[in-house]
Design a protein. Sequence first.
Lengths: 342, 342
Amino acid sequence: MSEAAGAAAPVPVVAVDAMGGDRAPAEIVAGALAAADRLDVEILLAGPPDVLARHLPGGRPPAGVTLLPAAEVVAMDDEPAAAIRTKKDASVVRCAEAVRDGRADAMVGAGNTGATMAAALLRMGRIRGVQRPAIAVPLPVPGTGRTTLLLDAGATVDPEPEWLVQWARLGRELARLRFGIAEPTVGLLSNGEEPGKGDELRKRAAALLGEVKGFAGNVEGRDLLRGTTDVVVTDGFTGNVALKALEGALAGLAGLVLGVVGEPGAPWAAHAAALQSALLAAAAPLLPDNTGGAVLAGVDGVCVISHGSSTAEAIVNAVRVARDGVTARTVERLAEAVRGAG
Amino acid sequence: MSEAAGAAAPVPVVAVDAMGGDRAPAEIVAGALAAADRLDVEILLAGPPDVLARHLPGGRPPAGVTLLPAAEVVAMDDEPAAAIRTKKDASVVRCAEAVRDGRADAMVGAGNTGATMAAALLRMGRIRGVQRPAIAVPLPVPGTGRTTLLLDAGATVDPEPEWLVQWARLGRELARLRFGIAEPTVGLLSNGEEPGKGDELRKRAAALLGEVKGFAGNVEGRDLLRGTTDVVVTDGFTGNVALKALEGALAGLAGLVLGVVGEPGAPWAAHAAALQSALLAAAAPLLPDNTGGAVLAGVDGVCVISHGSSTAEAIVNAVRVARDGVTARTVERLAEAVRGAG
């Protein structure tokens, strides 16, 4: 572990679900170890000790890393609620309990999103005044270095309109803390920017969102990567569909572009490699591995959800977001934001 | 007008709303004239005759084009229902009436989508067995030449689950007629592919969609450009958000790519122009101007909706889709598809 920054600030402890994710445990463990080495954090690494040992140098956790034994694992395709109910010794459950009990300050999971959410919600509870949590996903605005926070990206389908107001307040505070935006603007994702557009949920939510400072009215799907507002609120169903539509479009177009660049015998063939590197560098800020993970906003603890195919680098970035969430007293600040107006 | 194909087949008459679209009337008129010249169609060109005259060579319609006088215009930001109610002599209303009255076989509009839809619905009525219409948008699958039909892309928010079943049947028949797919597959857009994922609407719709031939279960946002199924059904709110999210992502990434390609002094600078042409050619099938326009499925007449920023070329393609819809007896076939099972 590297030296703690500053004088006597306590080092945040981040519980990492080593067993969650398409590339678990190898990439998750590698990322957790790298985080312990490069960031000012201590890591609680949750999983079956014998499995974890196979991925640790010398079979033992290095300095800054402590094992958090858990005999069970929630699979990517387990039904989330049932899995959390029946697998009480699952690694993701142990992470959430560690936060609840104060042995960890935050948790990071890249596994079954529903199960990670359920574990956090059931073990940590909710922030007072928040009916349901929302996944706040950072969407990079291409070529600008700016970010829009989209919430809910999949935690809560069929919300009440009042919950979107709570999420707008959570989103503004997260945009302040995470991206340093003093007065974040908020858009309501709808099927047209004109006032009055939308389904029943949107019409009722728009009327209530007027009381949220920074509310800028409706935005459309094409605004998500334009940075039109700093925060975009929607229900978890629409948010999830939109997020995956964006991912699919970027993947589809990337394939098309790299196909043209790599075309054998093309006039630019001698420069194809350099061009490809430059394109990947330009697109790097858009890749989920680099955006740092989503925050499960509204639970009474810091919970960072990294994407299912997280690499070690994605885990390092997620741990960084978790650490910053702890040092910024995110949960207290979110609680204040929901209590207060604005 | 060019020669009609075959022996004595009647030439389809397509009513074009010359006043609808961001580039109306100039681009729309140019497109309508080009369509009359290049396709086997006759055009009814709707708008104020004095305005149209300014965009016609010699101030008069050429062979194959007839003016359809209409004194009023629905603006892009007019409230659709109110506009159709109060502007009874609007060009888009006259187009729909021409189809209703048999003076035209189809209509094409690139204006206010809600107003085009309302005009078609109120003047033409619905196909028996269809409660509400759906906009069926063709989504090209990058690099494959294949297409997925997404419906509803914005006609009907807050649908009943039964309507999604009707749209699935309409979508399958359209995929057959328009893309020659013998047994099209259908996906239900949801927030996860596992059965049981989704909000209340999706859960109820999934149970009903089992009776539709070719139903393949849930698909996700990232499947929209992957061609996972030939048809994707969803409510008009989600469909509109997803469609615009795709458009926004493609625009954002295109800007990023062209920026890298055009970087001054880059090693590939000498080939930047050739590379840019190749990239644009590869991406051309994805551009809304070239996909041919959306079909308003479920109304009792052929109504093609072209995107708001349609160029003349987009109008030619939309007229082609309208013409093919007429010659394929689309409305009768859709009515049969809704009546029958499968």
